[in-house]
Design a protein around this ligand. Structure first.
Ligand code: SF4
Length: 164
């Protein structure tokens, strides 16, 4: 398959389309395994759960495309897309969010699936000649556009702290 030139707008579009296809494939695989989710929401509260969500640039671009939720607080502790205990970016959420479940019976599969799908995303970068950027979510969020102000809300983005 011929792919558009590296770094071009068409290249970015091509990578995005392939990423969405990869998400669909991943979601289907996870659905077949059916790990248990108790909807605690802790997985999106990183400090409380003791982990960091890493993602690649095209995953971050897709996630933040509509902007951040109005009044978002950006720090390394939580994800601003979790509101009222629920993910408000479900269709755009990155691969790590699709793979991660705290179901203890799923942990070995999780590690294997994560490794395999990260390799697949890297391969998409190679095929489109796109530089590989893989960083914690908070670093991408700090570069994201501020939310549009709406009636009764001045919008705005609160950025807290710096990465260690
Ligand atoms: S994008 Fe959604 S699932 Fe992922 S950390 Fe944020 S709120 Fe949680």
């Amino acid at each position: 398959m011929m792919l558009p030139a590296s770094g071009s707008e068409a290249g970015a579009e091509s990578l995005r389309a392939m990423l969405i296809e990869l998400y669909d494939e991943l979601d289907a695989e996870i659905a077949r395994i059916s790990p248990v989710c108790r909807a605690s929401g802790r997985c999106c509260r990183f400090k409380e759960y003791g982990h960091t969500l890493f993602l690649s640039q095209p995953e971050a671009d897709l996630l933040v495309e509509p902007g951040l939720p109005v009044g978002s607080v950006v720090d390394a502790d939580t994800c601003p897309y979790q509101i009222g205990g629920l993910c408000t970016a479900r269709e755009r959420r990155p691969m790590g969010c699709r793979i991660y479940y705290c179901d203890p019976t799923y942990q070995d599969r999780q590690a294997e699936i994560s490794e395999r799908f990260i390799a697949r995303i890297k391969d998409l970068h190679d095929r489109t000649g796109t530089p590989w950027r893989y960083r914690p979510l908070v670093e991408f969020l700090r570069e994201a556009p501020s939310p549009e102000p709406t009636a009764g809300n001045s919008g705005g983005l609160v950025v807290l702290g710096e990465m260690p």
